[in-house]
Design a protein around this ligand. Structure first.
Ligand code: 2AL
Length: 243
């Protein structure tokens, strides 16, 4: 099967890292196509960034339907545009936040999330509520690492993420840690060894969920709100979407 893993920010080094984590998680016979959004912010760490990342991400899904991919992963922890993306395809579309929180709920009674900047905490809090796992999520914490610092090998981002995760274990009583950024995909294994608890990278979790859904021959329901969008006229930069 072919899974398109989309980095909704425009930083290609992060796409490479996400692609590597996805390929590591994928089964033999699964091809991972890692795509960078063609437009939008270089990193997503606000509501504004999130909103402006969505048109580019949806364009990748539209092109992906021509390519004929078997499923999609949205590799940003805000799961931007997830429901809109599901409207565009009958294939499974999985966001890394939903994947990571659901997988965490299967292996621990309570988990905490370690995200990047503190202003992104509320984004993950809203998602935990939306996904119905709020009662399982002890706390969303920030390591106070900017997304692009995760791309800088000279930064001490690993130490800051690890120290915040340690505080989550001691202060929150969390049994597992969910990493709150696609750019942390390369940290999970090392963190898990350092901390002695399961550390969940949403990119790997989402790839496995897409594989499972494809193997079960289950795709996005086209009945109800996730049906294809109604044909209508669009103006301005979206005029090409008119039917
Ligand atoms: C993210 C993410 O996963 N990618 C990005 O650009 N921003 N999430 C976050 N919490 O900062």
């Amino acid at each position: 099967m072919r899974i398109c893993v989309i980095n909704p920010n425009t930083t290609t080094s992060m796409t490479d890292k996400i692609g590597e984590a996805a390929r590591h998680a994928a089964s033999q016979g699964t091809e991972i196509i890692a795509c960078t959004s063609p437009s939008g912010p270089e990193s997503i760490e606000s509501h504004f960034d999130e909103s402006l990342s969505v048109p580019g991400l949806l364009e990748v899904i539209r092109q992906g339907e021509i390519e004929g991919y078997d499923g999609y992963v949205i590799a940003c922890f805000g799961d931007p545009g997830l429901l809109a993306a599901r409207e565009l395809t009958s294939k499974p579309v999985i966001g890394i936040a939903e994947a990571a929180m659901r997988i965490a709920s299967l292996i621990s009674t309570h988990f905490s999330v370690v995200t990047t900047l503190s202003r992104t905490i509320v984004i993950a809090e809203h998602l935990a509520r939306q996904y119905g796992v709020e009662h399982l999520c002890r706390r969303i914490r920030a390591a106070d690492v900017a997304v692009l610092e995760l791309e800088d090998p000279a930064s001490d981002s690993y130490r800051r993420v690890r120290d915040e995760a340690k505080r989550a274990l001691v202060e929150d009583g969390a049994g597992a840690i969910v990493l709150g950024c696609g750019g942390m995909a390369d940290l999970a294994r090392c963190l898990s060894e350092d901390l002695g608890v399961p550390v969940i990278d949403g990119v790997s979790a989402a790839v496995k969920l897409v594989e499972a859904l494809v193997e079960l021959k289950l795709g996005t329901s086209k009945v109800g709100d996730l049906a294809y969008p109604l044909p209508k006229r669009f103006t301005g930069q979206f005029a090409h979407l008119s039917h």
